[in-house]
Design a protein around this ligand. Structure first.
Ligand SMILES: Cc1ncc(COP(=O)(O)O)c(C=O)c1O
Length: 424
C-alpha cells in the first residue's frame, strides 16, 4: 500500500502540531496515521488513494456514515449559507431540545455545549453546585474527556492526576473505583457518602475495549446514590442515540439517571456536547441558577441542524434495525472466528458497537484493568496493520470502540470477517 502522501503530510504536521495531530489518540497509529481525503458511504479514501472500510466512523458521531442523506445535507447547507451563527438564539436549538426531551425519558431540560468534554465538565460543576458537595466517583477505565476531574488514576485511597498539568489537589476530589465493583462503591460511600456529589459512569465502558455492566450494577448505583443524596450521571457521549435507539442506553438498562451527558451522534458529525436531566437540576445552570455555564458556539445552528436531521432520519428510516443487525452479524461472525483461531480472545459489544479484545485469560473483561492486561501491544503493533493492509480501518488501539453506520453493507461485513480470519 503506497502511503507517500500521508508520510509527507505527517512530516509537515510534526513541524507545526504537537505529535503531528490535534487529538492524542490519532497518533496511536504507527509509524504515522494515514490522512483522509474523503469519506464514501461506509468507507474512507486516504490521500494516497487507498480505500478502507471504515469502522471508526469519526470515533462515533457518524451514525449515518459518510454520505449524509439529502435532508441532512440540505439542512446543514442552508444553515451554513444563511450565516453560520449569531450569538443569540435560533429556532433549531429549540427543535433539537424538544426532540431529545421527547425521546429520552430522563431528560426534562437540556443545555447544548460543544464537546463531550465540555458536557462532562459542566455536568460535574452542576452536580457540585446542586448538592453543595465536592467529590465525584468515577470508574477506572472510564473516559469522560480531557478534563481535570476525571483524568485521574489510582484508587479511592490514592487518586492522582493521570496527566501532567493537573494539580494533585484537584484529583483529591475524585474517587476512582473499578467498574462492576459494588463493594468498592459501597466502601467509598461509607467513607465519603455525605461529600459525594455524583457518581459519573458510562453505561457501557466504550473507551476501554468495551466492558459491559454486570446484571444489577446500574440498579445498584441508582439505589446507593439515592440513599446518600448523590446524583447519578450517565455519560452517554458514545452510547447516546446508539445503544437503545432514540431512548439511549438508559432505556435499554431501565435505569433513570439524574443527569446525562451527550456528544457525538447528537451533533450529526459536528462539534457538540449536551447535559440533560431533571428540570430542577438543569435549571441550576446560569442564567436560571447559580452554576455558571456559557459558550460562544453553544447551540450552533449548523450543528443543531445536523443533529436534528440525523436523529429524525434515524427515527423514520429503520436506521437502528440496520446498524444493529450488521452489528449482530459482525459479532456472530467474529465469535466463530475467535472460537476457531484465538479462543482466549473475547468479542464484545452490543447494538452497533463491537470489538475483539485480546484478553488472554479466556473470560470477558469485567473492568478496565482486565482490558489493560490484554495483549494491547499485539493489537496495535501487529494486528491493526494487518487489517489496514487488507483495507480495513479499525480504531487506533485496543481500547477504542468500533462502530457500524447506516452506510455499511453486508458486503462490508463479509470482507471484514475475511480480513479478521486472515489477521487473527
Ligand atoms: C464517554 C465519553 N465521554 C466524554 C468524551 C469526550 O468527548 P469529546 O471528545 O467530544 O470531548 C468521550 C470521547 O470519546 C467519551 O467517549
Amino acid at each position: 500500500m503506497n502511503d507517500d502522501n500521508s508520510r509527507a503530510l505527517y512530516d509537515r504536521a510534526l513541524s507545526v502540531m504537537p505529535g503531528g495531530v490535534n487529538s492524542a489518540v490519532r497518533a496511536a497509529i504507527e509509524p504515522y496515521p494515514f490522512f483522509v481525503q474523503k469519506g464514501d458511504g461506509g468507507h474512507v479514501i486516504d490521500v494516497d488513494g487507498n480505500r478502507y472500510i471504515d469502522w471508526v466512523m469519526g470515533l462515533g458521531p457518524l451514525l449515518l456514515g459518510h454520505d449524509l442523506p439529502d435532508p441532512v445535507q440540505a439542512s446543514i447547507q442552508q444553515k451554513a449559507s444563511e450565516g453560520p451563527m449569531y450569538g443569540t438564539p435560533t429556532e433549531i436549538e429549540v427543535d433539537l431540545a424538544e426532540f431529545v426531551v421527547r425521546h429520552v425519558p430522563s431528560v426534562e431540560k437540556i443545555r447544548f455545549v460543544n464537546s463531550g468534554t465540555e458536557a462532562t465538565v459542566s455536568a460535574i460543576r452542576l452536580a457540585r453546585g446542586y448538592t453543595g458537595r465536592n467529590k465525584i466517583l468515577i470508574n477506572q477505565g472510564g473516559y469522560h474527556g480531557a478534563q481535570e476531574s476525571t483524568l485521574v488514576e489510582g484508587d479511592a485511597e490514592n487518586p492522582r492526576p493521570s496527566s501532567a498539568g493537573i494539580p494533585q489537589s484537584f484529583s483529591e476530589h475524585t474517587i476512582p473505583v473499578a467498574f462492576n465493583d459494588e463493594d468498592a462503591v459501597r466502601e467509598a460511600f461509607e467513607e465519603h457518602g455525605d461529600d459525594i456529589a455524583a457518581v459519573l459512569t458510562e453505561p457501557i465502558l466504550a473507551n476501554y475495549g468495551i466492558v459491559h455492566p454486570e446484571d444489577g450494577y446500574h440498579e445498584f448505583l441508582r439505589e446507593i446514590t439515592d440513599e446518600h443524596g448523590s446524583l447519578l450521571i450517565f455519560d452517554e457521549v458514545i452510547t447516546g442515540f446508539r445503544v437503545g435507539g432514540l431512548g439511549c442506553a438508559q432505556t435499554e438498562f431501565g435505569v433513570t439517571p439524574d443527569l446525562t451527558t451527550f456528544g457525538k451522534i447528537i451533533g450529526g458529525g459536528f462539534p457538540v456536547g449536551a447535559i440533560g436531566g431533571r428540570a430542577e437540576i438543569v435549571e441550576q445552570f446560569a442564567p436560571s441558577g447559580p452554576v455558571f455555564q456559557a459558550g460562544t458556539f453553544s447551540g450552533h445552528p449548523v450543528t443543531m441542524a445536523a443533529g436534528l436531521e440525523t436523529l429524525q432520519f434515524a427515527a423514520e428510516h429503520n436506521v437502528y434495525d440496520h446498524v444493529d443487525e450488521l452489528g449482530d452479524r459482525l459479532r456472530d461472525g467474529l465469535s466463530e472466528i475467535v472460537a476457531d483461531q484465538a479462543p482466549e480472545y473475547t468479542v464484545a459489544g452490543t447494538a452497533s458497537m463491537y470489538k475483539v479484545i485480546f484478553t488472554r485469560d479466556g473470560k470477558a473483561p469485567k473492568n478496565g484493568a482486565d482490558v489493560k492486561n490484554a495483549e494491547t501491544d499485539r493489537w496495535r503493533r501487529v494486528f491493526w496493520g494487518q487489517m489496514k493492509e487488507q483495507g480495513i480501518f479499525l480504531s487506533q488501539n485496543q481500547f477504542e470502540c468500533q462502530f457500524v453506520s447506516d452506510d455499511h453493507t453486508d458486503e462490508d461485513v463479509d470482507r471484514t470477517l475475511e480480513a479478521y480470519k486472515e489477521a487473527l
